[in-house]
Design a protein around this ligand. Structure first.
Ligand SMILES: [Fe+2]
Ligand SMILES: [Fe+2]
Length: 407
C-alpha cells in the first residue's frame, strides 16, 4: 500500500482504502480501479492523496485457454435461462467466469454434477400427501411448533414507547446474551466499517439507531429459530452461506440507492426461509423438486412450482405474516422470484442480490442453476461494468467477514 499524491495518479491504479469526505461519507470505495473520471472527481473535491494497492495494479488472471474453455463449458449451461443479449447478464457472466478462474487457479475443481445432489435414501417422510398440501397448511404447522422469539417484539414495543430511552432498549436487548454478542460482533465487523470499537448495546443504538438495531435483531433471532434443522434434510452450511451472501449483496445495492441497508440485509438473510419450512415438513417433495431442477437444468423455483404446486417465496412470506413480523419484509421475500415487471428498484433488490450470489456460485447445495434475471431490472439499475466489478469484489470480502458473526 503506497500513499500517492493526486498529480501522480494514473488510470488502472487500485484504491487500497476507501476515499472518504470530511464527514466520513465514502466517495470512492476500496478496491476500485481508477479511471480518468475518478481522478478528475478527486481533483474537484480537493483530495490531496490516496492509498494505492500497488500489488493489485492491472491484475490479470493467468489461465490457459483450454482451462478457460473448460470453465466456460461448465458455467454456460447454468446460465441457460438467461438472455446473453442483455449486457448486465453478460457482464455478470464474465465476472462469474473470472471468479471461477481465480478459484480454479487456487485449487478449486470443476465439480462432478452428482456432487451437488442430495441423497434420497427413502428415509424422508412428508407430513402431508402431495394432493392435500398447500402453503397455508405448511406454515400453520410450522407456527404451531415454533413461535418467533418474544425479545424482538419487546424491543419494538420499547422503541415505540416515548417514555423509554436508549438505555431501556439496551437493557431489553442485553437480556439475551447470545443476541447481544452477535449484534455487537456485526456492528464491529467490516459490515459497518466503523473506526472505533463499539463495546455496549446502548452505544450501538446511539451510533446505528434503535430501529436499525431492532431490524438486525430480527434477522439474528430468525437465524436462531432454524438452527436445529437436521443436517440430513438440508445442507445448512451452504444454505446460510448463500443467505448471508444475498444479505450482503442486498445491503450494498441498497446503500448505493440510499435505501435502509439493515432492512435489505435482513430481507436477503431471510429470503429463502420458505425452503427451510419445505425441508422440515415435506423433505421428500422438496428433494424431488431439487432433483427435477437439476435433471432439467431449470431454476429451483420453477421446479418447486411444478413438483410441489407452489414455491418457497410464497411460504416465506406467509411465515413472516404468521409470525407478525413487518409486512414489507414478507413482501420483499415474496417478490424475490417475481416473474412480472418490477416498477421500483427497492422491490427488486433481493431478486438481483440472489441472482448475483448464485451467479458467483454461492448457492445452497443442489441449486447451482442461475435463475432468470427479471427482465425489468436492467432498466431500473444503471450498473456499469466497472461498478459491478467493484460491488462484487467488495461483497465477496464482506461475505467472509459477516459469516464469522453468525458461526
Ligand atoms: Fe429463493
Ligand atoms: Fe436464494
Amino acid at each position: 500500500m503506497d500513499k500517492i499524491a493526486l498529480k501522480d495518479l494514473k488510470p488502472g491504479m487500485q484504491l487500497a482504502t476507501d476515499v472518504k469526505a470530511e464527514d466520513g461519507q465514502i466517495i470512492l470505495p476500496k478496491g476500485l480501479t481508477l479511471t480518468e473520471n475518478h481522478i478528475q472527481e478527486l481533483k474537484k473535491i480537493g483530495i490531496a492523496s490516496v492509498y494505492i494497492d500497488k500489488g493489485k495494479q492491472n491484475t490479470k488472471i493467468k489461465i490457459s485457454a483450454t482451462d478457460l474453455d473448460k470453465l466456460k463449458q461448465y458455467l454456460s449451461p447454468l446460465f441457460a435461462s438467461n438472455d446473453f443479449g442483455e449486457p448486465l447478464v453478460r457482464n455478470i457472466f464474465y465476472l462469474s467466469l473470472a471468479h471461477l478462474a481465480q478459484k480454479y487457479l487456487n485449487g478449486w475443481k470443476i465439480p462432478d454434477k452428482r456432487q451437488h445432489l442430495p441423497v434420497e435414501d427413502g428415509s424422508f417422510k412428508d407430513a402431508f400427501y402431495k394432493d392435500e398440501i398447500n402453503f397455508s397448511l405448511l406454515v400453520q404447522k410450522e407456527v404451531e411448533l415454533v413461535s418467533f422469539p418474544d425479545i424482538y417484539f419487546k424491543i419494538v414495543e420499547a422503541i415505540k414507547d416515548p417514555n423509554k430511552s436508549a438505555a431501556d432498549i439496551a437493557k431489553i436487548v442485553s437480556k439475551d446474551p447470545s443476541l447481544s454478542a452477535k449484534l455487537l460482533k456485526l456492528v464491529n465487523s467490516p459490515f459497518y466499517g466503523l473506526s472505533q470499537k463499539v463495546e455496549t448495546i446502548s452505544r450501538a443504538i446511539t451510533i446505528i439507531g434503535a430501529n436499525e438495531l431492532s431490524t438486525l435483531a430480527l434477522g439474528i433471532a430468525a437465524v436462531n429459530v432454524f438452527k436445529d434443522i437436521p443436517e440430513q434434510l438440508i445442507d445448512m452450511k451452504s444454505f446460510w452461506l448463500h443467505s448471508i451472501a444475498v444479505g450482503v449483496f442486498a445491503k450494498l445495492l441498497a446503500q448505493r440507492s440510499h435505501l435502509e441497508q439493515e432492512k435489505y440485509f435482513v430481507a436477503g438473510l431471510l429470503h429463502d426461509i420458505g425452503r427451510l419450512v419445505l425441508f422440515k415438513h415435506i423433505p421428500r417433495l422438496a428433494t424431488e423438486a431439487l432433483l427435477f431442477s437439476y435433471a432439467n437444468l431449470i431454476p429451483l423455483v420453477e421446479a418447486e412450482r411444478e413438483v410441489i404446486g407452489f414455491d418457497h417465496a410464497l411460504v416465506g412470506n406467509s411465515l413472516i405474516q404468521a409470525w407478525n413480523l413487518p409486512e414489507s419484509l414478507g413482501q420483499t421475500i415474496k417478490l424475490h422470484h417475481f416473474p412480472g415487471k418490477f416498477v421500483q428498484l427497492s422491490d427488486a433488490i433481493v431478486h438481483l442480490a440472489d441472482f448475483l450470489a448464485i451467479a458467483m456460485h454461492i448457492s445452497p447445495k443442489g441449486s447451482i442453476v442461475v435463475p432468470q434475471l427479471n427482465k425489468s431490472i436492467p432498466k431500473l439499475i444503471n450498473l456499469s461494468k466497472e461498478e459491478l466489478k467493484v460491488l462484487v469484489n467488495k461483497a465477496l470480502l464482506e461475505i467472509e467477514d459477516t459469516i464469522r458473526v453468525f458461526v
